[in-house]
Ligand binder design. Structure first.
Ligand SMILES: Cc1cc2nc3c(=O)[nH]c(=O)nc-3n(C[C@H](O)[C@H](O)[C@H](O)COP(=O)(O)OP(=O)(O)OC[C@H]3O[C@@H](n4cnc5c(N)ncnc54)[C@H](O)[C@@H]3O)c2cc1C
Ligand code: SF4
Length: 477
């Protein structure tokens, strides 16, 4: 009888792909994990217990058929594994790299909960699709028939691109508008290369363009073209503009030179990695080299800023967060990576103000966690008399993002928004109250995750296809 390839979690230990040594990682912006070798990917996949009710799958926002592609990988049937994996995920190699798996699929793996260590789902997902690219299994979209209808998508982030992919596969004419010069949204200009190398994103952009998606870049909707004009050009419009307004704090010293926004800092760094001219980086305004850097915030953006600062050659990098380690919103995996790279975390510390202009320090007040608030989270309280000044030459504010005021910017007072400024849209379809106008991703959810943007984009595209019906396939068929 052939050997059972699965359920090896008792005898085979969890093993992530090798992580580069911290002192080498600090020197460049390349990803920090190596790729699995084939035998390792097979071995790690074979640890899956093939649960009858796979909690990993139900906690993956895309409901990926994880046990199936793990089994196929364990059996060495990689091309089939790729087919199954890409059937539910537009960008599996991107999610495999940057999903917070500890909170999603892997965090709900049954063998993790039985103390054996989770199956390394994300690393295998990345391996499958990276292999597919190498082997030429990932091909440009080739719709079976062209359709006459067109859809305009505002925003070339993962939400917009996932919608574009599904619509284009059905033969719809798709134009994606973006105010940036490159597609990818935060995948391109927000998330640093050490989490997601840029050629991984660019090859997806190229694949979509080769498959007939038209990109109109350097086009700021509301400035270069009006929203009304877009609606008149297309049968449906998808708003996938993300959230870019940085949250600010009000405190003495705000406005001093040397206080910068996280998104500006990360965008400058990513542009530099592309080889673009970035005057604000070259002038030192958005460059941590030789500086004592303090990053304020405890989310993934803050983690990206501290680790970028290390790589730019900061003399010291500290992260201030007002709650403790267990209560921070960012991924624990990223905190560990940052600590290995030399970042110091000052937990239970909040900024009270800033010293000097240019800035020379942050006035810090120490906090403790008090009683839980209405959401059940312990609220931070100030410890009186424990303030101190943290020296700093560059302070990066990573306090979160809010939506821009689209109804005003686009002169569309009837565009429905929530009290937080996000667009009001049906969660399963992205439909808004405006006829033919849909919205997906962060502009609906508020700052969220790539995998949720992909899910929204795919769901919305299906809803648009339903709306268009199958009436008008082009005669060219
Ligand atoms: C620093 C950082 C790190 C992150 N790390 C992770 C991570 O590790 N894992 C994870 O899952 N998520 C992460 N996220 C969150 C993730 O990037 C977002 O949830 C996701 O990109 C949202 O996708 P989106 O398509 O809705 O919007 P975006 O990716 O923001 O794309 C929106 C696009 O719309 C364009 N646009 C906006 N307004 C206009 C306009 N008026 N006209 C034309 N174009 C316009 C923008 O230029 C942009 O290209 C991170 C976010 C940040 C900021
Ligand atoms: S898409 Fe994200 S949550 Fe889903 S299986 Fe992949 S890594 Fe896990």
């Amino acid at each position: 009888m052939a050997e059972q390839p699965m359920l090896k979690f008792v005898t085979v230990e969890r093993d992530m792909p090798e992580k580069r040594a911290a002192d080498l990682r600090r020197e460049d912006f390349n990803e920090i994990y190596a790729e699995y070798a084939e035998a390792k990917a097979q071995e790690q996949s074979s640890r899956c217990s093939q649960c009858g009710v796979p909690y990993c799958q139900s906690h993956c926002p895309l409901h990926n058929n994880i046990p199936d592609w793990l089994k196929l990988t364990a059996e060495g049937r990689l091309q089939e594994a790729y087919e199954v994996s890409q059937a539910t995920n537009t960008f599996p190699e991107i999610c495999g790299r940057i999903c917070p798996q500890d909170r999603l699929c892997e965090g709900n793996c049954v063998i993790e909960q039985s103390g054996h260590g989770t199956v390394t789902i994300g690393a295998v997902e990345k391996y499958i699709t990276d292999t597919a690219w190498e082997q030429g299994w990932v091909q440009p979209i080739a719709p079976r028939a062209e359709r006459s209808e067109s859809v305009g998508i505002i925003g070339a982030g993962p939400g917009g691109l996932a919608a574009a992919d599904v619509l284009r596969r059905a033969g719809v004419q798709v134009t994606v508008y973006d105010r940036y010069d490159r597609a990818g949204g935060l995948l391109t200009y927000g998330i640093p290369g050490f989490k997601l190398e840029k050629d991984v994103v660019m090859r997806r952009n190229d694949q979509l363009a080769q498959g007939g998606v038209t990109f109109e870049l350097n086009t700021n909707v509301g400035e270069d073209i009006s929203f009304d004009e877009l609606r008149s050009r297309h049968d449906a419009v998808v708003i996938a503009t993300g959230v870019y307004k940085s949250r600010e704090i009000e405190a003495p010293g705000v406005g001093a030179t040397g206080l910068v926004r996280a998104i500006d800092f990360l965008t400058a760094s990513n542009r530099k990695s592309f080889g673009d001219a970035v005057p604000e980086f070259d002038s030192g305004a958005l460059n941590a080299e030789g500086k004592r850097v303090v990053v304020i915030g405890g989310g993934d953006t803050a983690m990206d800023c501290v680790r970028t600062s290390v790589r730019q050659g900061a003399t010291s990098v500290k992260c201030l967060y007002r709650r403790d380690r267990a209560n921070m919103p960012g991924s624990q995996r990223e905190v560990q990576n940052a600590e290995e790279e030399g970042v110091i975390f000052e937990w239970l510390s909040a900024p009270k103000g800033f010293v000097g202009d240019p800035v020379t320090g942050v006035m810090v007040q120490k906090m403790r966690l008090g009683a839980p608030d209405a959401t059940g989270r312990q609220a931070p309280e100030v410890i009186e008399g424990a303030d101190y000044v943290e020296d700093a030459d560059l302070v990066i504010m990573a306090l979160g993002f809010e939506p821009e005021a689209l109804p005003t910017l686009w002169d569309q007072p009837e565009l429905p928004v929530t009290r937080w400024g996000t667009i009001k849209a049906a969660f399963t379809t992205g439909a808004t109250d405006l006829d033919g106008v849909y919205a997906v991703g962060d502009i609906v959810r508020g700052a969220s995750l790539v995998v949720w943007a992909i899910r929204d984009g795919r769901d919305c595209a299906e809803a648009i296809l339903k709306r268009l019906g199958d009436a008008s396939v082009m005669a060219a068929e």
